[in-house]
Design a protein around this ligand. Sequence first.
Ligand SMILES: [Ca+2]
Length: 495
Amino acid sequence: MDKASRKGSAMQRRMSRREVIRWSAAAGAAGLAMSRWGMGGRPAGNQRPNFVFIYTDDQRYDAMSCMGHPFLRTPNMDRLAQEGVRFANAFVVNSLCSPSRACFLTGLYSHVHGVVDNMGTEYDHALPTYATELQKAGYQTAYIGKFHQGATAMPRPGFDYWLSFRGQGQYGDPALNENGRDFKAKGYMTDLLTDYAVRFLKQTGGKPFCMTLAHKAAHAPFTPAERHADAFPDAKMAEPASWKDDLSGKPAWQRELAVRGMSKKEAAANANKKVPDALPPETWNPTLASRLNYYRTLLAVDESIGRVLAALEEIGQLDNTVVMFASDNGFFMGEHRFHDKRQMYEESIRIPLLVRYPKLAKAGTVNRQMVLNIDVAPTFLDLAGAKVPASMQGRSLRPLIAGEKADWRRQFLYEYFREESYPTIPTMVGIRTERYTYVRYPEIQDLDEMYDLEQDPLQMRNLAQEPKQAETLGRLREDLDRLMKETGYRNPKAG
Ligand SMILES: [Ca+2]
């Protein structure tokens, strides 16, 4: 732990003691008994911020109109950016649904919290999460939406209110689970989740709360709300510049993925297809329905944000609430001829991250530090004045939200673990610095990758084999080894 973080932790400890004293005094004076949320009653709790953490599934970092999107309009995401901080360099440390969700919760890398793939593993319930710690600190906690870990829809530790579903769930008339009770709902998933979120907010009664609202959108099968089914009638999606990438000079598995497909079934069916050294060109379809529908699903998400903000205003808590908006991973829209996520390219590892909290954040700020999904949990605990467990690997974004100068990270570790269902995409471990990406594939014999993002932001030219780059490559390898050591890297799937 560096000096600044030690100082920060000491301050957190002092703050939490002060909080306890203040709370005890207030509760004592009012003659209130302990409730399930800690001290009963309203007084001191109102001084602490509430948290509303809204996140989507598979939303690209640039799928917002405030990022200059050509046809998607997201006035409420834009409002969060205009009235708060937009993190221009927000990343996930593992670009996959279940692992990233557990990273948000625990502030830990996948190889520590245990969720390394989408195959139904679950984080270790003994681990502290922002929910368990805020609950202990007297917050009312709610999880509403897609959880996508384990094999069950049942409530998880740390949440006073629970509304979720099993696995991926359905867009239309979904099966839901409310506080342990299974039932079938009528309606469109994004709208239903928003109804429950608004209902939760309206019954908070002045006690501090932390509500997570995790949307199913914009994940496949990309089903928009009926009212948005015909949105963007004239949209033509521009061909991404890296659609022309023939993947020559890059690892062979990437060309294999492009030629033979991603799933185990596709890979088996196409096993006889030859994998060339360079991909032949392919025609871009600017009106591909699945891609347009991906963007259409985000229209209901944006409306949902608007409804949540209105509900916060109605209960008089808007400016006392830290509203954070993010996504669990990015998504390829044909870049390098890829779809989906997982790979350590920018479109896959970058996420949107917006924070509105006018008590701390100056409106319309853009922060360019590298921030991560594992930073969310420590941020909430820090802002609540609760103790951030020393075991958490992320860092509190508080100084960045406040616009303070901070000695911040200049590189981070990225990891992905091969899934049985998508065997072509290998286990990878990499480092992203402010200038470079370097990734290696420890389980297969294939090329490493190295990109100079300053010279080659589209990641077209793999520098890992270029003699002139040997020194830089050597440094990146050393830095990666150090990060692996520091974070206790291991491959849990390798046993
Ligand atoms: Ca996802």
